[in-house]
Design a protein around this ligand. Sequence first.
Ligand code: ADP
Ligand code: MG
Length: 292
Amino acid sequence: MSSASALALRRGVSGSPLRDPAPVRADADAGVATGTGALLQVDGVSLEYRTAQRVVRATHQVSFDVFEADRFVLLGPSGCGKSTLLKAVAGFIPPVDGEIRLDGRRIVQPGPDRIVVFQEFDQLPPWKTVRQNVMFPLRASGVLGRKEAEERALHYLDKVGLARFADVHPHQLSGGMKQRVAIARALAMQPRVLLMDEPFAALDALTRRRMQEELLALWEEVRFTLLFVTHSIEEALLVGNRIALLSPHPGRMRAEINSHGFDQHSLGGEAFQATAQRIQRLLFEEEQVASS
Ligand code: ADP
Ligand code: MG
């Protein structure tokens, strides 16, 4: 068991509503590691969109900690602010309340330590080959020289099973293969946290299942830290070791679920179904409360 999983278990997060007192922290401004040992801390974060006409609150005082090698899932209905939260972690949207810290330092802008994989298939510039696509951020950010960037690109293309396709252009690839390239490109940057926003939602069911399994196999090998957004309960249970359940718009933390024990072999099993139902109930109860 990974230390992060052990940590998650030790913290006893199994399905308990998040009413725990705030964890003890060291001084974040000094840039020191925090008392919780968390890699990423989302701390009382409210996010808003402001237009000339109105203010839309996307999330309300959301808090959670992500530990190294966690596969942390944000799960909730459409419109509950999952993508907005991910964009805030990426550094594109500043919180109106609370703060987000990586390694104890407040996130104020995008950086190569947080790379996002999106749902869309068109996130790869079509005029670049697969190899050039994966190399590009490594070169543009000045992380590596040409030769090293090429080696790193091929290494990660191999990891996602696409080494043979290094010299083709994206339009020659299927949707699943394009997503594999996007994942290779992100992992090649070796970010502190890999951010994924419904990366498999536009794929057919079979490809989607295969990509979920491949992502897990990749994680077994590379042990990256993942923050993964989905509105699918099944996908959350499969992909995640911990799940933050968000209430409908504006998103608030509803509960945290320990999903460490589930993989593709537990699909349809009793424990899997029971947890899926518990999640559904938590969302449903929230709706009842909201409408009463
Ligand atoms: P999710 O990813 O969970 O489906 P989003 O984070 O995309 O939800 O959106 C959260 C809320 O913020 C929704 O009510 C949505 O309509 C609103 N929203 C999203 N993007 C914008 C925007 N650019 N301008 C105004 N409101 C937005
Ligand atoms: Mg979204």
